[in-house]
Design a protein around this ligand. Structure first.
Ligand SMILES: C[S@@+](CC[C@H](N)C(=O)[O-])C[C@H]1O[C@@H](n2cnc3c(N)ncnc32)[C@H](O)[C@@H]1O
Length: 194
């Protein structure tokens, strides 16, 4: 009787471990400690406006930090014929974004990388897009200042970059009559001298 209970207990523990392990792998809980913003998509009209404000030129390179399902990358590559790189911490979303890029036939120009944008070299970016949170933008600011070249632009949906001065802002409609601001920053004009 005791042996049977022990065996049952072991099987139960193994099942829970497998479920949690599989869930973590599939749903991107694998790197929760470095996850600086929840997954919420930018609405289509906000993506359009962000990309217009970014003033992309053919052949330039856009980085979307925390690229979610890849919608900004895909819209930028399609509409403006740019190269686009997405950094995403969730395995699950990396897979989804990569599938979306493949469906759109843009694998040549769009790369989705699994990683932490806080550890990403941004030297190659002409434009960086963000939809994160104010605290995440604040943590990221030293990296933006370290890596971005003069004339690089940063477009942030909904959240400002504390300590930087936008060169332009634009209000867009959100759900339930809410208004969301898009912030455009330029290097070096937006960087406040201390
Ligand atoms: C609000 S969503 C924005 C998704 C997409 N950029 C868009 O506008 O539709 C934020 C994304 O950032 C990702 N993320 C959060 N912290 C991250 C980190 N440290 N490195 C890479 N991605 C991260 C989340 O997994 C999530 O997909």
């Amino acid at each position: 009787m005791r042996l049977r209970a022990l065996r049952f207990g072991l099987i139960a523990v193994a099942c829970v471990a497998c479920t949690v392990g599989g869930f973590a792998q599939d749903r991107g809980l694998d790197d929760y400690k470095n996850n600086l913003a929840p997954y919420v998509n930018s609405p289509g009209h906000a993506v359009d406006k962000m990309l217009e404000m970014a003033d992309l030129k053919t052949g330039q390179t856009l980085y979307d930090l925390g690229c979610g399902d890849g919608r900004i990358l895909i819209a930028a590559a399609k509409r403006f014929k740019v190269n686009a790189v997405g950094i995403e911490i969730s395995n699950h979303l990396v897979k989804r974004a990569s599938e979306n890029v493949k469906k759109a036939g843009l694998q040549e120009r769009v790369k989705v990388l699994h990683g932490n944008f806080m550890e990403t070299d941004l030297t190659g970016a002409d434009v960086v897009t963000l939809y994160l949170a104010t605290a995440a933008n604040e943590s990221l600011r030293p990296n933006l200042e370290k890596y971005l070249r003069p004339n690089a632009r940063v477009v942030s949906y909904d959240y400002p970059i504390p300590g930087w001065k936008p060169v332009e802002t634009s209000a867009t409609d959100g759900l339930h009559g809410a208004t969301h601001t898009i912030y455009l920053y330029e290097v070096p004009n937006s960087i406040l001298r201390k």
